[in-house]
Write a protein that binds this ligand. Structure first.
Ligand code: AMP
Ligand code: MG
Length: 327
């Protein structure tokens, strides 16, 4: 009996440590972020949670248009006056933004902020008609000149060709932060995890052996889901006109700006994109929102490994060809 008890204890000791799930929600980039993952040790989990929070805050310090000391603000203060040297990380994100501007014929345009900075959704403020008319021509991604100079050291340089150019990476930076945090977890051996920042989420592996389920909310009813998607190793990003908005004279003014008009884009209520990583899903959800359901879906259907669920301005939902065939 004693021997059996002893061998049972030895057997238990030789089994791998039992994994547990850990989760944390926190505020960053003016939104709620969430991390959830599986690991064996409480101590390792707490360290990783701290690393994830630090990483999201680091990206925010670099790219926030509201922090006057961010690298992005430095560009907005100086790049119209003279060339500015920036970090490779910011440079790569500017290159990715330019890629999406070209792909979407300017629907994605970080210089939307040349007019966009005059909106304040919390305080129901928008630019006057005159301000919009005088600044809308300054929305043009081609004014952002990127150059990589190879002298003794590599230098990443940016210059704005228009004195009124302002940039804002709000349509892509959260996706970047999510990708960075997933990379960080993967480096530490985490196989099953979920990370989100606002409407941008990415999952790796599974949740307790099952697929992850991520719901997309109804754009006009926050308590209702339009679909609940089973996912594995995917990024999912939703852009919606309900995230930051105010209504004045029956018109909804929200944070996704049509670069052609400097006004809120009113072709869609929400656009959800599935892609392999969050930078792409984030940039595409904003872009397709602006392109609208017809042009937007046509573009998505040409992109490999990208799916979309679009709710148009009248509340009608359509899905990309690959999802139709999946049903
Ligand atoms: P998301 O919630 O990812 O769709 O991003 C919305 C954010 O993207 C806004 O808060 C702006 O910071 C930024 N944005 C708005 N309009 C555009 C646009 N046309 N192109 C690129 N970024 C935009
Ligand atoms: Mg986006």
């Amino acid at each position: 009996m004693k021997n059996r008890l002893l061998s049972l204890i030895l057997l238990l000791l030789s089994l791998p440590a039992h994994s547990q799930w850990f989760e944390k929600e926190f505020e960053v980039m003016g939104t709620i972020a969430r991390v959830e993952f599986e690991t064996e040790s409480e101590q390792k989990a707490q360290l990783l949670i701290t690393d994830v929070i630090d990483e999201m805050n680091r990206v925010d310090q670099l790219m926030s248009p509201f922090k006057t000391t961010s690298e992005l603000s430095k560009l907005n203060q100086q790049a119209a006056k003279h060339p500015v040297q920036i970090s490779d990380e910011l440079y790569r994100l500017l290159q990715r933004s330019a890629y999406y501007s070209n792909l979407t014929q300017g629907a994605f345009d970080i210089t939307f902020s040349s007019v966009g900075y005059l909106y304040d959704y919390r305080n129901n403020k928008k630019p006057t008609k005159a301000q919009k008319e005088s600044l809308v021509s300054s929305i043009n991604y081609k004014s952002v000149k990127l150059s990589n100079q190879l002298s003794s050291v590599k230098q990443s340089i940016v210059q704005f060709k228009n004195p009124n150019t302002k940039i804002d990476l709000g349509g892509i930076a959260k996706g970047h932060a999510v990708d960075q945090c997933i990379k960080l977890l993967q480096k530490s051996g985490i196989k099953n995890a979920f990370i989100s920042a606002g409407g941008d989420s990415r999952v790796i592996g599974r949740k307790n052996g099952r697929l992850w389920y991520i719901g997309i909310r109804h754009p006009r009813n926050k308590d209702k889901l339009i679909v609940n998607l089973p996912l594995e190793n995917t990024s999912i990003s939703t852009s919606g006109d309900y995230e930051r908005f105010f209504i004045q004279d029956n018109i909804r003014y929200h944070h996704i700006i049509d670069p052609k008009t400097g006004d809120s884009s009113r072709n869609s209520q929400s656009v959800t994109i599935l892609a392999e990583n969050s930078v792409d899903a984030d940039a595409l959800s904003t872009s397709i929102f602006v392109l609208g359901p017809v042009k937007g879906m046509a573009l998505v259907n040409t992109l490999p490994n990208v799916s979309a669920i679009i709710v148009d301005i009248n509340g009608k939902m359509t899905v990309s060809d690959d999802l139709v065939n999946a049903n």
